[in-house]
Design a protein around this ligand. Structure first.
Ligand code: MN
Length: 316
């Protein structure tokens, strides 16, 4: 923490990135940090592989995110909310060009790449780690920064539904409200941005629901043509895995999404008894105890059999 804060005080040109397919914690963390560094008079650029999801476009600073390298000689790369710098996607080469890399994250599977790593799997969100940094730097959190940190915590705790909703998560979120964040306004923007197409897609995907392992595993599947039929993107699937997980008796939910022909993205959510990060890691992915993901080659049948087999073996 101290070494990273020293770096933030002494260096001037920062290139910040989060993981591909970003969500609230990734975007909120990188923007909060960028806004804070700019307040300190630094150059801080956010470079992402993928667009900011529509429901997060209201976050202060999203208009400054770039998606292609700008050729500026940055001194420090900061990678947030990534178990590994590879997770930043196609922009990772730009990050490695920087002489120094800082890694700020809360994934238990973090592989500690980078010159300075601040990794705390106990933190509910990377936004909490960014908040700890700002406090250590003695920086006043303004409303724009507060909105970003609040959304980082809100989304990574599943609106304070998940067991990672620590006293610190509530405390910081409360402090962000004190600074001026309006919880209703934020919730409406983050969660109530439904479109008819998205609901149609939800109906289609729920139609694929299947149970395995005697009802202790539930899964949904999305094919490329499902997205095409509803003019949807994979962003529109955010949160869909909560439906199979909500079934009584289910220990683990899985969501299969056809990424390319013969390749599936697999998301896993556990209710707590199965460590899905171990399963995702064994399949070349990663994540947390209760939420993890991986990309698995094969036909849908092969991928399903493989994942269901591993889940069944891991069930208590
Ligand atoms: Mn996170």
């Amino acid at each position: 923490m101290e070494a990273i804060c020293r770096l933030f005080r002494e260096k001037n040109r920062f290139l910040i990135a989060c993981h591909a397919n970003p969500e609230g914690d990734a975007i909120g963390s990188e923007l909060a940090l960028a806004l804070a560094l700019r307040k300190m008079g630094k150059t801080a650029t956010v470079l992402n592989s993928d667009p900011v999801p529509e429901n997060l476009a209201f976050l202060p600073g999203t208009d400054t995110v770039i998606f292609d390298a700008d050729g500026f000689p940055y001194e420090v790369a900061v990678v947030v909310d990534c178990g590994s710098p590879e997770r930043t996607g196609r922009v990772q080469d730009e990050l490695w060009k920087c002489p120094i890399m800082v890694n700020i994250d809360h994934h238990s599977t973090n592989d500690a790449q980078g010159d300075y790593c601040l990794v705390d799997p106990e933190a509910a969100a990377t936004g909490i780690l960014v908040h700890r940094i700002l406090i250590t730097l003695g920086l006043a959190v303004d409303r724009d920064i507060a909105v970003n940190i609040y959304v980082a915590i809100l989304t990574d705790t599943g609106s304070f539904h998940y067991s990672n909703s620590s006293p610190e998560a509530y405390y910081i979120a409360g402090d962000m409200v004190r600074i001026g964040v309006d919880p209703w306004e934020v919730a409406e923007k983050v969660y109530e941005t439904q479109t008819a197409g998205k609901l149609g897609l939800l109906g289609r995907v729920l139609g694929s629901l299947e149970l395995a392992a005697g009802g202790r595993v539930a899964a949904v599947t999305t094919l490329k043509r499902d997205l095409r039929d509803f003019s949807a993107t994979k962003d529109h699937l955010e949160g869909i895995i909560n439906y199979p997980r909500s079934i009584a008796g289910v220990e683990v939910a899985a969501a299969f999404r056809e990424e390319d022909p013969g390749e599936f993205r697999v998301s896993l959510r556990s209710k707590g008894r199965v460590d899905v990060s171990a399963i995702a890691s064994a399949l070349g992915g990663g994540g947390h105890h209760n939420a993890a993901g991986c990309t698995v080659p094969g036909s849908l049948d092969e991928v399903r059999k493989r994942v269901f087999g591993m889940l069944e073996a891991a069930l208590p």
